[in-house]
Design a protein around this ligand. Sequence first.
Ligand SMILES: *[C@@H]1O[C@H](CO)[C@@H](O)[C@H](O)[C@H]1NC(C)=O
Ligand SMILES: *[C@@H]1O[C@H](CO)[C@@H](O)[C@H](O)[C@H]1NC(C)=O
Length: 192
Amino acid sequence: MASFQLRTCLLCCLLLITILQPVAGLRSLKTIPIVKNVITQSNPKYLNASTVPHNTPTESKVDVILDVKRPISDLHMIFVLWVNVISGTLQAPLYNQTIDFCEFLKNPSVHPLGQIIHREVKRNGNMPRKCPITVNLYAFYGIPMSGIRLPNFFPEADFMLQISVGLASEMIYDSRLYGTIKRIKCTRAVRC
Ligand SMILES: *[C@@H]1O[C@H](CO)[C@@H](O)[C@H](O)[C@H]1NC(C)=O
Ligand SMILES: *[C@@H]1O[C@H](CO)[C@@H](O)[C@H](O)[C@H]1NC(C)=O
């Protein structure tokens, strides 16, 4: 009887370790995008935009500058993410959603994946809070990609993210970000 209890206990311990270890392992890792190249187009009637990545061996940062020339409202945003893009082949995106951009500015939590990006962009510049977006220079320098923490179920793979903002009839801003998704270890320098 005693040996049976001991065996049960050992089995339980082993089971607990097996269940908990991957969770503890994932906690000390974070999944982030490294942006390598960006192609941005903007409609000169409304704004002039530039998006520039800056990579060092240890960091990936992006500058976003939006020079808005006239007040803009009634915007929608198209958010499309491809993972594992093989150049030259057209695949179905992993994620494809169109949302009300003005609503998103007021309440970014309506789009959880967009919210992760919005939070980091906002920390680095003057993000408009609502529509109409007023005439102004909106500049975000050195947005650290290490702050854009993606869910850990994202695969380590190449990606393309398309963020398009427009009116019903016209494209205003279209950015395609090419890069790779990486899982990195959390350290004192790279906090999670
Ligand atoms: C657009 O912005 C870029 C960089 O911010 C600048 O070099 C360029 O002169 C601007 N063009 C116009 C037409 O405003
Ligand atoms: C995204 O979804 C919209 C609407 O469902 C569709 O029209 C569009 O073609 C899709 N985009 C891609 C790249 O699959």
